[in-house]
Design a protein around this ligand. Structure first.
Ligand code: CA
Length: 654
């Protein structure tokens, strides 16, 4: 109960405080049935013909091995790479781990993405005219800012030896890809290498390794671009620093790439500024190498998702198919209009649910084929993360295909950004409404909610709430509690979150701030009367006024609070007590007006946990002073009396 200031403000506001609008209730846009595209896409003006529109499809083979089938927009089974190419995707990105297998050959999961998988993916992508972006992690498993673990086989090598090994691995891998028929268009020297890579944590070490990789790319795939890849563009000055570190050490590269997950990575304007500065200062090309957005909050594979209901992240678009498309379109628009901007890659657009009927069924597939983010076999290499949290897919709700493998309408964004779509602008989702009300107040739900239109603009639209008498009654009688009222607006589901609170005009009525505001008058000299911090003995919160005394007839005290500057009116005072061993006792709550006790309400203590609450109605005249309190007198039974007083409350009468 630390919200006194807020509560009093709310109390002084006649009825209600309408809160901020934060969440969304999405409508439904199912996978397309081949009819008119319903997706709204604003044209990206001036999009270069050769702008890279990529999708990371690293998990496809593990998915297919697990039984996943992908379909075209007409509902026919089709090579997923054909569907991606038809949708305007120009590049396929694939991660490469050195050796994602344990000593017995069991895959670590996350697609078990070794160079053979990359070759197969590259071959299939090339079949449909798409180039390959090769994402060397230079690790045996996931590399990101939290971990840049050296491959096991290189663990004992010096930096010089590791550079040699990295050079040879890069060259051999690229040769394998070339031989398979992949059209290698770009090669990444590490993944999200914010100051660390391949076990090296100094820029000297990192850049020495990157330089070895760069040399291998130049020799093996002379037409491919060499890229570096970082994340956290929201960190002020970070990219300028990274680019400077690379420049000072003379790294030979072409593209400075960033991840951009809008939940965490700041605004698009900031992203553009950070990348644009690198492009201007060092003459580099820049791009977004990873982005994604949830099209639903539903999880479909029994492995919880990173982004879901109540993820508590920045949410600039609703979690709908249209919201997902708008996010992609806006990232493309941003990069296309950033100096040096050459492309955007969507991360793991094809990583969807395998199995589907139960966690057990899915887990067997994840473990066998590597279609989950990590398998238990990764525990030896990565004990602290994969070893603890291995399992399924945490991003199935951010794929560009639904749980059955049908392409989402949002996949068309990659072609629609070139000309724009002709679909009408319609309401796509509603923003959640929030209401805070005192339990005695009339509950007035908003008459309109904000609809998120398919162009991501907002319009107020009428809403019909489904507020039953039963729920209404519960709100008025359930004390401080939160509720969700559902409704319908423009045919879309709508939600209003209602937080009911109980007003309290006392200072520190629950003793959470110690004895502040209270006066104890110890008449008989008890052994103990003090505010105790013990949640199990408190009615609410963690603290209460405790008393105990060993000798007979040594418990007699009052605890009271004078209420300052109370406006004239009718009030209700309540306070609770529990305790035991009272013997003969006299316990009551009381109110005093101008120092004269005008009303009391008897209370009893019986046994541990049996709280007794007293209520007193009192009318305060203009200028009259009110004091509320508790009087306790116990003879004590045997070992003496004890008790706990908590949650004194003074509220305006109903
Ligand atoms: Ca999941």
């Amino acid at each position: 109960m630390k919200r006194h200031a807020f509560w009093i403000r709310a109390l002084l506001t006649p009825a209600l405080v309408l809160g901020l609008l934060a969440g969304f209730a999405p409508g439904a846009m199912a996978a397309e049935d081949g009819g008119e595209p319903s997706l709204w896409v604003e044209k990206v003006e001036g999009l270069p013909e050769d702008f890279i529109l990529g999708v990371d499809a690293s998990s496809v083979i593990a998915e297919e091995d697990s039984g996943v089938k992908y379909y075209d927009f007409a509902g026919e089974e089709q090579d997923v790479f054909a569907t991606l190419a038809e949708s305007g995707v120009t590049h396929i990105r694939v991660r490469v781990w050195n050796h994602p297998y344990d000593a017995d050959g069991n895959g670590y999961g996350g697609g078990n993405n070794d160079v053979e998988k990359a070759a197969e993916i590259g071959r299939r992508a090339a079949q449909y005219g798409m180039k390959l972006i090769v994402d060397f992690h230079y690790s045996d498993f996931w590399a990101d800012p939290a971990k840049q673990m050296v491959p096991l086989a290189w663990a004992e090598l010096s930096l010089e030896e590791k550079s040699e090994a990295l050079y040879a691995f890069t060259a051999e891998s690229l040769k394998t890809l070339n031989d398979a028929g992949a059209a290698v268009g770009m090669v990444q020297l590490g993944n999200e290498t914010n100051g660390a890579m391949c076990g090296e944590t100094s820029w000297d070490g990192v850049v020495a390794l990157m330089q070895a990789g760069s040399r291998a790319v130049r020799e093996t795939c002379p037409d491919a671009l060499v890229a570096v890849h970082f994340t956290n563009p929201e960190r002020s000055g970070a990219y300028a620093d990274y680019a400077k570190q690379l420049d000072e050490r003379g790294l030979d590269y072409d593209v400075f790439a960033s991840s951009y997950y809008p939940y965490w990575h700041g605004t698009l304007a900031n992203l553009s500024a950070a990348l644009g500065q690198v492009a201007r200062d060092y003459g580099k090309m820049v791009m977004v190498m990873e982005t994604s957005y949830a099209y639903t909050v539903e999880d479909t594979d029994f492995a919880g998702n990173t982004i879901g209901e109540g993820s508590g992240v920045v949410k600039n678009y609703p979690y709908t198919v249209q919201g997902q498309a708008n996010e992609i379109r806006d990232v493309i628009d941003t990069v296309a209009h950033t100096e040096g901007g050459i492309g955007v890659v969507y991360w793991e657009g094809t990583w969807i649910t395998v199995g589907g009927s139960s966690w057990e069924e899915n887990a067997a597939l994840w473990e066998t084929y590597g279609s989950g983010w990590a398998s238990r076999f990764a525990a030896g290499y990565d004990p602290n993360d994969a070893g603890k949290y291995y399992g399924g897919c945490a991003v199935d709700n951010q794929a560009l295909f639904d749980a059955e493998g049908r392409p989402l309408p949002s996949l068309r964004v990659f072609s629609l950004v070139r000309e724009g779509s002709q679909a009408p602008i319609v309401a796509d989702a509603t923003e959640d409404a929030h209401l805070t009300a005192e339990v005695k107040d009339e509950i007035v739900l908003p008459e309109t909610v904000s609809a998120v239109m398919s162009d991501n603009s907002r319009q107020e639209v009428p809403v019909q709430w489904e507020l039953t008498d039963e729920l209404l009654d519960q709100m008025h009688t359930g004390g401080a509690a939160s509720y969700v009222v559902t409704g319908t607006a423009e045919g879309l589901p709508a939600r209003c979150y209602v937080d009911m609170f109980v007003a309290d005009l006392l200072q520190n009525g629950g003793f959470e701030d110690g004895d502040a505001g209270w006066t104890v008058n110890d008449i008989a000299g008890a052994d103990e009367i003090y505010v105790e911090d013990k949640a199990t003995d408190s009615l609410t919160g963690t603290k209460h006024m405790h008393f105990w005394s060993a000798a007979a007839n040594s418990v007699e005290f009052t605890v009271e609070q004078a209420v300052e500057a109370l406006p004239a009116g009718d009030y209700e005072y309540a306070v609770s007590i529990m305790g035991g061993d009272s013997g003969e006792s006299e316990i009551y709550a009381y109110v005093k007006l101008d120092g004269e006790m005008t009303a009391t309400a008897p209370m009893t203590i019986t046994s541990y946990g049996s709280w007794d609450t007293a209520h007193i109605d009192v009318t305060v005249a203009e200028g009259e002073s009110l004091t509320v309190g508790v009087y306790v007198k116990c003879a004590g039974a045997g070992g003496g009396a004890w008790g706990k007083i908590d949650d004194a409350m003074l509220n305006p009468a109903a």
